[in-house]
Ligand binder design. Structure first.
Ligand code: FAD
Ligand code: SF4
Ligand code: SF4
Length: 400
């Protein structure tokens, strides 16, 4: 599809230029010309007084037999001998999609000595596990994992694949999608099956979070998408559940890999593992200066919590981006989220509103964060935080 200006019809009125949100219309020699920034949003079409702008359908030649592709797959990310939480979350959601299609749910487990994790994958709802093992998969490696995943897709032809929007998943998903010539919808917040077409409806925020877009992949298979950790809840596990384990030989030789792992440098201490945390204490611009983050960290330390930050705090250089919660940061879903001096902008809420209990400390009683908070403390965060830290410290000491 493309957006075209019929140069003969265009009267050069320029009415379309300011309407385009992407600066994709230039006036050249008195006529409108669409440039490479065009996203085909269609906003310019109705404003043209002479209907010079139109959408051109480009006929696609797709030779694949889509009926061959069946079943829903979930990429099972693992590290340190454990299946990462997002794998379970996606299995829970994948189960619903597979049931609605009346098809199978499978987990894709790639690693070194990971076979025993298959039982956990079955317990979270998979009917089948595709297992590829070898020393070449000891740590995540883009090249090796891509080759293994693409090989599985070509052999077993799944209809849809869900991948966690983690550092590794965001690296692997698009590369695999490009290799098998399909699309990928990143950072989905909801998944369902379109009853008419039986395609996956990949729902995600668009235009800065102002609208939710439902995206389909009608022409290519598999349909692929990534979902951030904690967007979906983990399903209840049934450890008595089993399924079929399909072992597939590795096509990768360790000596052929161009990238070798030399050393792992820990840049993230436990307090920035936000996706895994049960409690998060987050600080925002209301802390006023970077030194005051120490008050947030002190409370986090006592509670055994991770430390989060609003984008304003990250942009100000008070905390590294690894700590950012929100639409362009991490999506978290802890049992307790304590927002300290954070206003509660929609982009921040997008990353934390699914927390079980939200506690907000803000000096402005009308701050939007109080609309989502279960408990609110109206006061100066720099006075309230030391009081809470002292009380929790006393309580912890008494419990020992
Ligand atoms: P502010 O909005 O400035 O709020 C500070 C709050 O602190 C106020 O409510 C104030 O009443 C309170 N306060 C001040 N002093 C005190 C005190 N002494 N004691 C108690 N309270 C006090 N933001 C994110 O957080 N995460 C994102 O991922 C993100 N992504 C974005 C993506 C896009 C495309 C855009 C446009 C914006 C994004 N933002 C994101 C920015 C977001 O819109 C807000 O600007 C940001 O969240 C504000 O951060 P804040 O609440 O710390 O600061
Ligand atoms: Fe701009 Fe959208 Fe028109 Fe493309 S379709 S030129 S992005 S307004
Ligand atoms: Fe040409 Fe229509 Fe744009 Fe006017 S609104 S410049 S006529 S394309």
């Amino acid at each position: 599809m493309a957006i075209i200006v019929n140069q003969e019809k265009c009267i050069g009125c320029s009415a379309c230029v300011p309407v385009c949100p992407f600066g994709a219309i230039d006036m050249k020699n008195g006529k409108a010309v669409i440039n490479e920034n065009c996203t085909m949003c269609g906003a310019c079409l109705p404003v043209c007084p002479v209907e010079a702008i139109y959408r051109e359908e480009i006929e696609r030649v797709v030779t694949m037999d889509k009926t061959e592709f069946k079943g829903v797959w979930v990429f099972i990310e693992q590290a340190g001998g454990e299946v990462k939480g997002v794998g379970h979350e996606l299995l829970g959601e994948g189960r619903k999609l597979a049931d609605e299609l009346g098809e199978e749910l499978a987990g894709v487990l790639i690693g070194n000595g990971v076979e025993e994790m298959a039982s956990e994958v079955f317990a979270s709802g998979a009917d089948k596990v595709y297992l590829v093992e070898g020393p070449e998969y000891d740590h995540y490696n883009t090249e090796a994992y891509t080759v293994a995943f693409v090989d599985l897709i070509q052999k077993f032809k799944p209809a849809a694949i869900l991948v966690g929007a983690t550092n590794d998943g965001r690296d692997l998903g698009p590369r695999v999608a490009a290799r098998v010539r399909t699309g990928l919808c990143a950072d989905c917040t909801d998944l369902s099956i379109d009853p008419e077409t039986r395609l996956v409806l990949w729902t995600r925020p668009a235009f800065g979070g102002n609208i939710m877009a439902d995206i389909l992949c009608p022409e290519h298979r598999p349909q692929m998408g990534t979902v951030r950790p904690k967007v979906f809840k983990k399903p209840a596990q049934d450890m008595n559940r089993t399924g079929e384990l399909v072992k597939v030989a590795s096509k990768v030789k360790i000596e052929d890999l161009k990238v070798k792992l030399i050393e792992i440098l820990a840049v993230c201490t436990s307090n920035c593992k936000l996706e895994e945390a049960d409690i998060i204490v987050s600080g925002g611009r209301g802390l006023n200066k970077p030194e005051n983050f120490a008050a947030v960290e002190a409370l986090a330390e006592v509670l055994g919590a991770a430390v989060g930050a609003s984008r304003a705090a990250v942009d100000a250089g008070w905390k590294p981006a690894l700590h950012q919660v929100g639409q362009t940061g991490k999506t978290v879903g802890p049992k307790i989220y304590i927002a300290c001096g954070i206003s509660g902008a929609i982009q921040h809420l997008a990353g934390m509103s699914s927390s079980d209990t939200i506690i907000a400390i803000n000096k402005d009683p009308d701050a939007p964060i109080f609309k989502v908070a279960d408990y609110g403390i109206v006061g100066d965060v720099l006075e309230v935080l030391p009081l809470l830290t002292a009380e929790f410290s006393k309580y912890k000491a008494a419990c020992k």
